[in-house]
Design a protein around this ligand. Structure first.
Ligand code: S3P
Length: 179
C-alpha cells in the first residue's frame, strides 16, 4: 500500500465498541510505541469525566476539546492514538490526523457493536430509550467519515489480538522503505 505520506503514528478511529482502546494497547506493544487515548487525555486535562462534560457543557463543548487534543498531538511520534467514536465527524479532525498518523478505522456491524457495549454505561450518547436504533442511526451518519480512513479493518470476526496484528501489519506496509 502506498499512501504518499510518511506517518510516524497510528490513529485508530471508529464507532464506540469497535475495540479502539483494547486493540490500540496491543498495537502499541507490538510496535514498541506509546499508547494514548483522546478520551483519557480529555479527562486528565479537565479533571472531569466524559459523562460530566456532556451533561454540564454539552456535546459541542466536548467536540471542541477533542479538536484541541487532535491539534496538540501533532508533535507526537511513535504513538498509537485511540480516538473517541465521534471525533472524525468534526471538520478538519481527519485531515489533521492524516498529517501525522496512518488513520485506521476499526469497523463493526451495529449488531456486534450492541453486543460489545450493551453492558457498559459510560457512554452518554447511548443513554437512549432505544440504544440499538441510536447505534444504527449514528453509524449511518458517521459511515462516510469513517470510510475516509487510510485503512478499514472489520473487527466483527477478529479477536483483539488479530485486529491488532492487522493494524501493526498495515502500519509496517505503509511505512516500509521501498527499494
Ligand atoms: C463518543 C464515543 C466515546 C466518547 C464519547 C462520545 C461518540 O468514545 O468519545 O462518549 O461520539 O461516539 P469511544 O468511541 O471510545 O467509546
Amino acid at each position: 500500500m502506498q499512501i504518499g505520506r510518511h506517518p510516524t503514528n497510528v490513529a485508530l478511529v471508529g464507532f464506540m465498541g469497535t475495540g479502539k482502546t483494547s486493540v490500540g494497547r496491543h498495537v502499541a506493544e507490538n510496535l514498541g510505541f506509546e499508547f494514548l487515548d483522546t478520551d483519557e487525555l480529555i479527562q486528565s486535562h479537565t479533571g472531569r469525566t466524559i459523562a460530566d462534560i456532556f451533561a454540564k457543557d454539552g456535546e459541542t463543548a466536548f467536540r471542541a476539546l477533542e479538536k484541541q487534543i487532535v491539534r496538540e498531538l501533532s508533535t507526537r511520534a511513535k504513538t498509537v492514538i485511540a480516538t473517541g467514536g465521534g471525533l472524525p465527524t468534526n471538520a478538519g479532525n481527519l485531515a489533521a490526523l492524516k498529517s501525522y498518523a496512518l488513520v485506521i478505522c476499526l469497523w463493526a456491524s451495529p449488531e456486534k457493536i450492541w453486543e460489545r457495549v450493551r453492558n457498559q454505561s459510560h457512554r452518554p450518547l447511548l443513554h437512549d430509550a432505544d440504544p440499538q436504533k441510536k447505534i444504527r442511526e449514528l453509524l449511518a451518519v458517521r459511515e462516510p467519515f469513517y470510510k475516509q480512513a487510510d485503512v478499514l479493518i472489520n473487527t466483527d470476526l477478529r479477536s483483539v489480538r488479530e485486529a491488532a496484528m492487522q493494524v501493526a501489519l498495515q502500519f509496517k506496509l505503509a511505512t516500509r522503505v521501498r527499494k
